[in-house]
Design a protein around this ligand. Structure first.
Ligand code: PEP
Ligand code: MG
Length: 537
């Protein structure tokens, strides 16, 4: 038995034989041609054939993974119709008098290298898309058919890399999981895997000799187990059965309302740390995103993420959620979430230190960059913004003044933006105690029970020695939640919970009794909370 660690692109367990997927490497020959117009016609016909295939793929993908995720095949069509792409191909055929296959391959390589060299993760991930469309056109030129998994046995695909079109074309009934050496968790292939609920790993150094071997993907731990011992295989078979039983039970709740038996509807959203989690949000049928912890965009970088990088991530979240509410929390850096380039001083008591909104209100340039990216992205969906670690009305007023400044600047630049709800996190006892005053200033409250518990009980949430004392069910915490809900409702604003306590199904009916309007939980908890809501009288 051997184990290979990689990065999880989609959770879950898969057990099966490996099929090493070797792409038909296009051995494209470079041939001189005489009949330039004949070659251009060949290219046009192949391009039409590729577009036709992409339209069909879009239809298949819409059924499999929904319209938003299928959108990649529309993007591929657009890329093929792009003037720069076409001009480059025609230019090689006309001026160099070379065959269409070569012209397409060369164009694909050049553009792919350009994308790969870009700073922005989103555009870098498009490098494989442009190669994918070129291979499709070359296949059409040579009359080759698309990918198919041979044999009847479902398999675990191991590949150097997989393009989105390859992933979606693979017959889902024959695909147990996939493992690739390249790829990013941000790529559409990874998004498709998560949306299709197929366990997947990336960054695993593959070996063609694995073909046919029995293996296990543990997508939760990010490991591929090759030739498992009988004992390990049995252990994973039991885990797999338990996972399926749980999923089956909960799946029945997809598409159902979050309504109590007496007819009260609760908004049930999901918490995410990055756009990589969007597939899971859709897969688990969350009604929106109740907390996007934007600081992870900052934590995964060596320097401040640019406005463009942030804009691309927020826009992707808004587009994927297709009009459903997306609440993005502004930078909550500090305490346990440190990025060295912020050059924050060492503190004795970081949880009570220089963090979150305190930093943003002092480093206004950093804050404004994020707000600009957020407002620009707001044109693409239903965005709300919320601010962390609030302790006073003054802070909220300062934030609102900065937001107005950003909006004014964007207007002067002619940039359009949407209607954006403004909310705050209630995660300090101070905010809970003055929630009557704060409610007059904002559109909603989202209670951060993780920090509210820590600060109310004076228990450092990072200190595992104190786990036994960290009790979010403490009456003090529950009373504060009640107080915040009452004060919010008096001013006519909605109140939700986005801390981990929101997913505690032993409290769901109590929260509903208290009057909670929204619960935002990790994507994989959505269906179990829905169950608890529906069981509430
Ligand atoms: C909270 O404090 O409850 C919360 C949701 O924020 P975080 O866990 O990111 O501090
Ligand atoms: Mg918090």
């Amino acid at each position: 038995m051997e184990q290979f660690y990689g990065k999880s692109a989609s959770n879950g367990i898969a057990i099966g034989r490996i099929l090493v997927y070797a792409k038909d490497e296009q051995q494209v020959k470079r041939t001189r041609i005489e009949d330039v117009s004949g070659e251009i016609t060949r290219y046009q016909l192949a391009k039409d054939c590729a577009i036709e295939q992409l339209k069909e793929l879009y239809e298949v993908a819409c059924k499999e993974v929904g319209e938003v995720n299928a959108g990649i095949f529309e993007v591929h069509q657009m890329m093929l119709e792009d003037e720069d792409y076409t001009d480059s191909v025609l230019n090689i055929i006309e001026t160099q008098k070379l065959n269409a296959e070569y012209a397409v391959a060369k164009t694909g390589d050049t553009l792919s290298e350009t994308f790969a060299a870009m700073d922005d993760d989103y555009f870098r991930a498009r490098a494989i898309d442009v190669k994918d469309i070129s291979e499709r056109v070359i296949n059409c030129l040579s009359g080759k058919k698309d990918t198919d998994i041979e044999g009847d046995e479902p398999v675990i695909i191991v590949a150097n890399d997989l393009a989105p079109s390859e992933t979606v074309q693979m017959n889902k009934d024959k695909l147990k999981g996939f493992v690739t050496e390249l790829g990013s968790a941000n790529s559409h292939t990874a998004i498709l895997a998560r949306t299709m609920n197929i366990p997947a790993l990336i960054h695993v150094k593959m070996d063609a000799s694995w073909n046919g071997k029995l293996s296990i993907i543990d997508g939760d731990k990010g490991v591929l187990i090759l030739d498992p011992t009988d004992e390990v295989r049995k252990e994973y078979e039991a885990k797999y059965v338990a996972q399926k039983e749980k999923e089956e039970l909960l799946k029945e709740l997809k598409g159902k309302e979050n309504k109590t038996q007496s007819g009260r509807e609760i908004k049930l959203y999901a918490n995410i740390g990055s756009v990589e989690d969007l597939g899971s949000v859709l897969q688990n049928d969350a009604g929106g995103i109740g907390l996007f912890r934007s600081e992870f965009l900052y934590l995964e970088k060596d320097t401040y993420p640019t406005e463009e990088e942030q804009f691309a991530a927020y826009k992707q979240a808004l587009l994927s959620m297709a009009g459903k509410k997306v609440i993005i929390r502004t930078l909550d850096i500090g305490a346990d979430k440190m990025a060295s380039y912020f050059e924050l001083e060492h503190e004795e008591n970081p949880a009570m230190g220089y963090r979150a909104i305190r930093i943003c209100l002092e480093r206004v340039d950093v804050f404004k960059t994020q707000l600009r990216a957020l407002y620009r992205a707001s044109a693409y969906g239903n965005l709300s913004i919320m601010y962390p670690m609030i302790i006073s009305v003054e802070e909220v007023r300062k934030i609102k003044a900065i937001v107005e400044e950003v909006k004014r600047e964007l207007e002067e630049e002619g940039v359009t933006y949407g209607e954006v709800e403004q909310g705050i996190m209630i995660e300090t006892p101070a905010a809970a105690m003055i929630s009557d005053l704060l409610a007059k200033e904002v559109d909603f409250f989202s209670i951060g029970t993780n920090d509210l518990t820590q600060y109310t009980l004076a228990i450092d949430r990072q200190n595992s020695n104190l786990d036994a004392f960290y009790n979010p069910h403490h009456e003090a915490v529950l009373r504060m939640i009640q107080m915040v809900i009452n004060n919010g409702h008096k001013e006519g604003i909605w109140v939700g919970i986005c801390g981990e306590l929101g997913a505690d199904v032993s409290l769901t009916s109590r929260f509903i009794e208290m009057g909670i309007d929204e619960l935002s939980v990790s994507p994989t908890s959505v269906l179990s909370v829905r169950k608890a809501i529906r069981e509430t009288k």
